[in-house]
Design a protein around this ligand. Sequence first.
Ligand code: ATP
Ligand code: MG
Ligand code: MG
Length: 479
Amino acid sequence: MTARRIFGIETEYGITCAPPAGRGAAVEAAGADAADGEGAPRVITADDAARYLFRKVVQWGRSSNVFLRNGARLYLDVGSHPEYATAECDDVHQLVVNDRAGESILDEMTEDANELLAEEGVPGTIHLFKNNVDSFGNSFGCHENYLVRRRRDFQAMGDALVPFFITRQILTGAGHIRPRAAGGASYAFSQRADQMWDAMSSATTRSRPIINTRDEPHADADLYRRMHVIVGDSSVAETTTMLKVGMTDLLLAMLEDGVRLRDLAMAEPMRAIREISHDMTATVPVELSSGRRMSALQMQEEFLTRVTGYLDSTGQTAELTEIQRRVLELWERGLRALREQDPSLVETELDWAIKGRLLERYRARHTLALDDPRVARLSLAYHDISARWGLATTLAARGLMARITTDEEVREAIVTPPPSTRARLRGEFVAAAQERRRDITVDWVHLKINDAAQRTVVLKDPFSPTDERVDKLLAALQA
Ligand code: ATP
Ligand code: MG
Ligand code: MG
């Protein structure tokens, strides 16, 4: 095993309320990949839909920004997308489970909200999408968080990561129909690539960087930093999430050990990210700062070679966990699929390939162009998180989408925090407060009882699932 690390994923969901005509119209209204922004008329606005979605949460939490008993944060900003941030995990499998638990929680909230709509006679159905762009061109994100040890060269580490993130999309992109591409509609690797404007910056909204450098570690600032990655597509397939986070974790282990990758810096990163997304062969070269030209495929092969070389030379290969081995195997196979132009090698595991196959088969069956609205609808249904309307459940049941979690694990993670990190303390605190109907305030590092004494505990170590001060706080809550 490489050094233990804390991970978390934040997902912003697309939301829409579709007219009663049914699912077809639903997707048109949201139209992530739709050819235009018109679609079917909206019944209630997305803002109103979000308010229905959060009504119950606001009733019990008295806020639309709450921490749950599984340690996660559920959040609705004014005029924005519902967001779920997983609790701190210390293992990739655990993180995938917790991310799925978030989807289940939001799916259940959607079902409740749709019942409310029906009760109140409001026509339409709310849909939530795990994707990154709506038909109006608004982009919303999926942030990955990686705890790293604080060192003086955070910037150098970020510089090394930028070309990795720019090329990672050929494996972990969600697949995206670009309806107005030059020369007609085309299929691209990533939904997010066209929306990124900066390599590194401390602002998220204005410049939308690949890495957000705002120094907010949610942990002991003397020891740690949080690598806050904004660039990734939201992943539908569990194996894509697994690869996305797992490969980044292994590369970070190497970088934290002082290995540098200066020779892979790109001459024009923001141009490269778009070109690479649009080139489904992954072989068109982009220019490096050194003047050398390399394709995304070659670069990812280089990253993989250096990571496996590093693990071998440091004697860590034999100690890799099962999930880390799966990550390396899928990383290698994904690159082979691209090199051999044979997506069938990963067609149940990587979103762009799973979705690509789905769309291709549908188009062939009905002789449809890529920019046909029916294709856009199918593409969007791939991202619908509903167990009822979304395609993921069906695809998984038919063996067309791999899974690494069990339903039981996911159900458990809806109500139970990861047992091995700080999240456990938060989860127990929230659960105790809910049971005793006590007023508390919680964030990633603070637990506070809102009474006369205002007792507060600061949890600066995200690795620690136990704390005597919290035991006392729990006793005070239960008194
Ligand atoms: P914003 O939504 O404005 O980007 P943010 O990134 O600070 O804010 P959240 O949306 O609350 O915050 O999500 C934080 C994520 O980081 C969660 O998924 C959480 O599990 C994870 N996290 C918390 N502490 C750490 C840490 N010390 N290192 C890495 N990840 C962490
Ligand atoms: Mg967030
Ligand atoms: Mg964030």
